[in-house]
Design a protein around this ligand. Sequence first.
Ligand SMILES: Nc1ncnc2c1ncn2[C@@H]1O[C@H](COP(=O)(O)OP(=O)(O)O)[C@@H](O)[C@H]1O
Ligand SMILES: [Mg+2]
Length: 310
Amino acid sequence: MAVIVTAGLTKAYPRVTALDHLDVTVGEGVTGLVGANGAGKSTLIKILLGLVPATSGTARVLGHDVAAEGARIRALVGYMPEHDCLPADVSASDLVVHLGQMSGLPYAAARERTSDVLRHVGLAEERYRPIGGYSTGMKQRVKLAQALVHDPRLVLLDEPTNGLDPSARDDMLGLVKRIGEEFGIAVLVTSHLLGELERVSDHVVILDTGRLLRSSATTDFLHATGSLLVEVQGRPDADRLLGQALVDAGLTARPAGGALIEVEVRDETTPDVVRDLTVDLGLGLVRMQERHHRIEDVFREGAAGSVHPV
Ligand SMILES: Nc1ncnc2c1ncn2[C@@H]1O[C@H](COP(=O)(O)OP(=O)(O)O)[C@@H](O)[C@H]1O
Ligand SMILES: [Mg+2]
């Protein structure tokens, strides 16, 4: 089932169009929303929560219209905001209990859920100390915990790895993955680091200056569009010879610097074709390695105009 559907969604600020006729559908599981700073990620999330009105177009979250049913949506959705917004003089425990109550939980249930979610995000005894003394990583965990306290159907996580060092970032991404996999909560998670969400997302949506650049299953980025990097020897023009033979065989091949050739993978027989042609030409195969395309590549190609929105 689609958890988020937008149609022609547009947000125009006086100086900039933050979202430009965006049509995107987000399903269950973990979806990464990727784009450079200013691409429109946070604007989209605020519209989905009913916090910011769209200029035109529509969006539905869990079947509810963002323009008319914002309060209903916010009861069903957890939100981890991008910027630091935590009070310094309150403990994590008190804050999350309070926010749980504001989401409609009775006090006893809010306490119980708070203890569960703080444990899940890995905040132990320090949960009783004021948040002002926490590290950035601990603050991000508090923000995540409050997004989960009312047992939402969907969470919108805006740059949860912001400001974290590599090891804290890995921990946070692990938590994001667990929310999707173990708790069965649909997740929309953003990052301005284009390659960061590949590991944890089932699906990736790429925004570029308010427009949809691409929306695909993560495996499509990483496998279906892969290529082989091939190095051959035996003659001075070995790479050129093999390149020509590959093209004659109907494959797409191009020089990749040095004596390397990059061959687009058409299907699972492509490595065999490369091997056979190398032997036919009397050349030696020095190496053949898979080169998976990464989200960054799609972004670069898109910027150059060769990838069309799908
Ligand atoms: N309240 C606002 N008023 C005017 N412009 C805004 C406002 N919020 C965001 N923008 C602009 O909209 C664009 C998208 O911003 P944003 O959604 O925050 O992008 P992202 O989260 O991907 O970095 C940017 O150019 C930003 O400057
Ligand atoms: Mg943002």
